[in-house]
Design a binder for this molecule. Structure first.
Ligand code: 5AD
Ligand code: SF4
Length: 452
């Protein structure tokens, strides 16, 4: 009988990506994925450590997993439990100490060995902790790549050397690493062969990508995008997440020249105050960010911008927060993610004096989010009446309804008529809400091809 595996993923897109790869690895071992923990012979929690009480949440989830394991035991069924992801990396052995039901702790740089670690555990029946950063190329073992949607992520870069003082990523994901171009092209072709039309290149610092290319030269992200845009069948390219300091001229030019590259850019600025940016070790100023956005908009005037913002970093005064609000007003965002600062053990920010009171953080976040919501609504409404290509990705809630994405990454709902998932259709936007657009398909729009 086939065995079942339940994988729960927390946090960022990279974790979702890793969870899909773990599912593929385990599929090859005869484990079928289930959404129902009760019937799972193996449970994997793919954890995130970026904010809030991440580790505590994992321990409380493990409490539920334990009850489930006990229930299964009464029916004579075994459950193997693994903790993966960034909490696994940060906590290591401590997880086994605090939650002895855990059989395996496996970090983001080791999960390609999940089948081998499982076999080792089945032989030894002793808990295993795998959190070193091995020399091997983990992606060489992650070649199955089953595309779940016409729009799919592809990791091209991982890790970070920037050491922003609030962030755990350089510690949990390790040093910046760019995958070889040939490997990426092979993966992209495999995905396109399965009907993928849109690729989002993924990396913690994706625009820091650099690696020797097919011509022996050092290739940047722009060059990689250029190469991928030649692949027949591919219709759209995106990338995320970027650091302002790595937005080189050729990448900005690619937004003007590469027809497959969509007019949407996630460009975190974190704080609008130079004092706080310095304390965060962001290595850019407020004005440099504004100038950068100007250059990007010159290259691509309809560029939709998104960002990440932290409020309540240690030492943030009312004036510093005002500077953040004011920068948001100056730039105008299509969407944004905003967070209360959360001290991460082991990062310099956690050791700083002048930590901000919880209530102040809450108040600032609520003010900021109000403004961001307003901007997002305004941005969506500005598209009413416009025609644009939409890539249809999934069925909607009502019969005949389909949901796709605009070039600007907005969710678009429409009545599907003769269209199918995976089609690129031309639509006219009729309505806009905070989170989506409503549109009608243009007649004969199934011939719509590429970019906006
Ligand atoms: N507290 C709050 N937000 C954080 N982020 C990263 N670390 C922290 C932290 N300690 C946010 C940043 C980053 C996004 C992925 O998460 O804004 O860009
Ligand atoms: Fe974290 Fe800064 Fe690296 Fe982004 S650039 S992953 S925020 S350290």
């Amino acid at each position: 009988m086939t065995k079942k595996i339940f994988i729960k993923s927390y946090g960022c897109q990279m974790n979702v990506y890793d969870a899909e790869r773990m599912a593929e690895l385990m599929d090859a071992e005869g484990y079928e994925q289930t959404e129902n923990m009760d019937e799972a012979d193996m449970v994997v929690l793919n954890t995130c450590h970026i904010r809030e009480k991440a580790a505590e949440k994992v321990y409380s989830e493990l409490g539920r997993v334990r009850l489930n394991k006990q229930k299964r035991e009464t029916k004579g069924k075994e459950t193997i439990i693994a903790v993966a992801g960034c909490v696994a990396q940060a906590e290591g052995q401590e997880i086994i100490k605090r939650a002895p039901i855990v059989d395996m702790v496996i970090g983001p740089q080791s999960y390609q060995n999940l089948p081998a670690v499982l076999k080792e555990f089945q032989l030894s029946k002793k808990p295993i902790v795998e959190i070193e950063f091995p020399e091997e190329d983990k992606f060489a073992k992650l070649t199955q790549l089953k595309a779940a949607s016409p729009s799919t992520f592809l990791t091209v870069q991982e890790g970070c050397d920037k050491f922003c003082t609030f962030c755990v990523v350089p510690y949990t994901r390790g040093a910046e690493y760019s995958r070889p171009v040939e490997q990426i092209v092979t993966d992209a072709k495999k995905l396109i062969g399965q009907g993928v039309k849109e690729l989002t290149l993924l990396g913690q610092n994706v625009n820091a990508y650099h690696r020797q290319g097919l011509d022996g030269q050092d290739w940047s992200l722009a060059k990689l995008l250029d190469e991928l845009s030649k692949l027949s069948g591919l219709q759209r390219l995106r990338y995320t997440t970027s650091h302002p300091n790595d937005m080189q001229d050729d990448l900005i030019e690619a937004h003007r020249d590469n027809e497959l590259l969509m007019p949407y850019l996630h460009l975190p600025f974190q704080s609008g105050s130079d004092k706080i940016l310095k304390a965060m070790n962001r290595r850019h100023t407020r004005q440099e960010y504004i100038d950068l956005v100007d250059r990007i908009r010159q290259a691509r005037p309809d560029m939709a911008l998104s960002t990440d913002i932290i409020v309540g970093f240690p030492g943030e005064t009312d004036q510093d927060f005002e500077d953040t609000m004011n920068l948001v007003e100056t730039i105008g965002y299509a969407s944004a993610y905003s967070f209360k600062y959360s001290p991460r053990p082991g990062t310099p920010g956690a050791e700083m004096e002048d930590q901000i009171e919880e209530q102040v953080k809450k108040d600032r976040l609520s003010l900021l989010q109000k403004q961001l919501t307003k901007q997002q609504k305004t941005f969506n409404q500005s598209k009413i009446g416009q025609e644009m290509p939409v890539l249809l990705e999934k069925p909607g809630r009502h019969a005949g309804q389909l949901i796709g994405r605009s070039p600007f990454l907005q969710a678009v709902h429409l009545d599907g008529q003769d269209a199918n998932i995976g089609d690129m259709v031309m639509v006219k936007v009729t309505e806009a809400t905070l989170n989506s657009l409503q549109a009608v398909m243009k007649p004969s729009s199934l011939t719509a091809t590429t970019a906006a």
